[in-house]
Write a protein that binds this ligand. Structure first.
Ligand code: ATP
Ligand code: PRP
Ligand code: MG
Length: 291
C-alpha cells in the first residue's frame, strides 16, 4: 500500500480560508456535501474535516498525522504536538484573532479583577480558568455553546470570546476590558509522524508551499524601465531590503528594473518611481514567494 499523510482540515470558521490557501499553494481540495472526507488532488494525502477545537487532540493521539487549527485550541487542550509553522489567516482576513474579556458597554467593570465573584461565559473554558486562577481572581467560568455575545448581562456578567473584526462585540454593545490571547492558525504534526521520513518531508513541503502562497498574497511584482542617468534616483525610491534585478535593454542607455514590493506600499511608491523617471511601470500579482 502506498504511504499517505492523514491531514486534518478545520471544519467551521477556518474551512473556506484554508481550502482557498491550499488552492493557491497548489493543492485542490474538494469538500462536497455532507462528506467529512474531502478529496485532494495528491495521492499521498488523505484529508479529513475535523472541528478546530478537536484537531490538536486527534493530532496528538496520531489519529491524524498533521492538521491545521488555531493556536487557541492547542493551548485550550494543552496538546503535545509539533508546531510546524504559523500561518496568519483567520475567517475573513489575514490577521490574528484575539480572545478578549468583554463586558456590557454600560457596566461598571474596568479590569479583570472587578469580576471577582462573577460568572464568565465562554467556549474556551480551561484557558479562561487558568487565566483567572493565575491572577487569583475567583470567578465562575461557564461553558457556552456559542452565540456567547448575547449572554451579558442576563445570562452571564462577562464573556471571554474570540474577535476578528470586532463587529460581533459592537453589535451586542460589549466593551473589551482585557485581551487574554492573540491566536493564529498553525500547521501542527503528530510527534511520531514528524520523525517519519516520508511524513515529515510531506509536511515540510506543505509548510513551504503554504507559506509561499501566504507571502505572495501580501506582495506584488513591479517592473519598469528607466534611463541609466535616472537609475540611482529610481533605486533610491525602492525599499533598501529588496535587491531589485537591473537588466540591460536593447537601447544601451536604458535598463529594466524588476522587484517585489509589499502590496500596501505600492500606492506610495509608484508615483515616486514615475517622478524619478520610471516609465512603462507594470504591476503584476504573484502566486508564490519562497525566500
Ligand atoms: N472570525 C473568526 N471567528 C471565530 N473563529 C475564528 C475566526 N477567525 C479565525 N478563527 C479561528 O477558527 C477556529 C474556530 O473554528 P471552529 O470552526 O472550530 O469554531 P467556530 O468558529 O465556532 O465554528 P462555527 O462556524 O461552527 O461557529 C479558532 O481557532 C479560531 O481562532
Ligand atoms: O469579531 P468578528 O469579526 O465579529 O468575529 C467574531 C465572531 O465570529 C465567531 O462567531 P461564529 O460565526 O463562529 O458564530 P457562533 O457564535 O455560532 O460560534 C465568533 O464566535 C464571534 O462571534
Ligand atoms: Mg463559532
Amino acid at each position: 500500500m502506498s504511504k499517505k499523510l492523514k491531514l486534518g482540515i478545520p471544519k467551521g470558521s477556518l474551512q473556506d480560508a484554508t481550502i482557498a490557501l491550499f488552492a493557491r499553494a497548489g493543492w485542490n481540495i474538494y469538500a462536497s456535501g455532507r462528506s467529512y472526507f474531502p478529496s485532494i488532488d495528491d495521492t499521498e494525502i488523505e484529508c479529513m474535516l475535523v472541528r478546530a477545537q478537536e484537531m490538536a487532540r486527534y493530532v496528538e493521539t496520531g489519529a491524524l498525522d498533521a492538521g491545521l487549527t488555531g493556536n487557541d485550541w492547542i493551548l485550550e487542550n494543552l496538546a503535545d504536538v509539533e508546531r510546524v509553522t504559523s500561518l496568519t489567516y483567520s475567517k475573513a482576513s489575514r490577521t490574528k484573532v484575539k480572545w478578549v474579556l468583554a463586558v456590557p458597554e454600560d457596566s461598571p467593570y474596568q479590569k479583570a479583577e472587578d469580576l471577582a465573584g462573577k460568572t464568565i461565559a465562554t467556549e474556551l473554558v480551561e484557558y479562561s480558568k487558568r487565566f483567572f486562577a493565575e491572577r487569583n481572581i475567583p470567578v465562575k467560568v461557564e461553558f457556552s455553546w456559542g452565540a456567547t455575545e448575547v449572554k451579558p448581562p442576563m445570562l452571564a456578567d462577562a464573556i471571554v470570546e474570540v474577535t476578528e473584526t470586532g463587529s460581533s462585540l459592537r453589535a451586542n454593545r460589549l466593551r473589551i476590558i482585557e485581551v487574554l490571547m492573540e491566536s493564529e492558525t498553525q500547521l501542527i504534526a503528530n510527534k511520531a509522524a514528524w520523525q517519519d521520513e516520508f511524513k515529515r518531508k510531506k509536511i515540510e513541503t506543505l509548510s513551504l508551499m503554504l507559506n509561499g502562497a501566504m507571502a505572495a498574497q501580501s506582495q506584488i511584482g513591479l517592473m519598469l524601465n528607466v534611463e541609466k542617468t535616472n537609475l540611482d534616483a529610481v533605486l533610491d525610491v525602492l525599499p533598501a531590503l529588496n535587491s531589485p534585478t537591473v537588466s540591460e535593454l536593447r537601447d544601451k542607455n536604458w535598463v529594466a528594473v524588476n522587484t517585489i514590493l509589499e502590496q500596501h506600499t505600492v500606492r506610495d511608491i509608484v508615483p515616486k518611481l514615475k517622478a524619478a523617471g520610471g516609465t512603462g511601470i507594470v504591476e503584476f500579482p504573484l502566486s508564490k514567494v519562497v525566500l
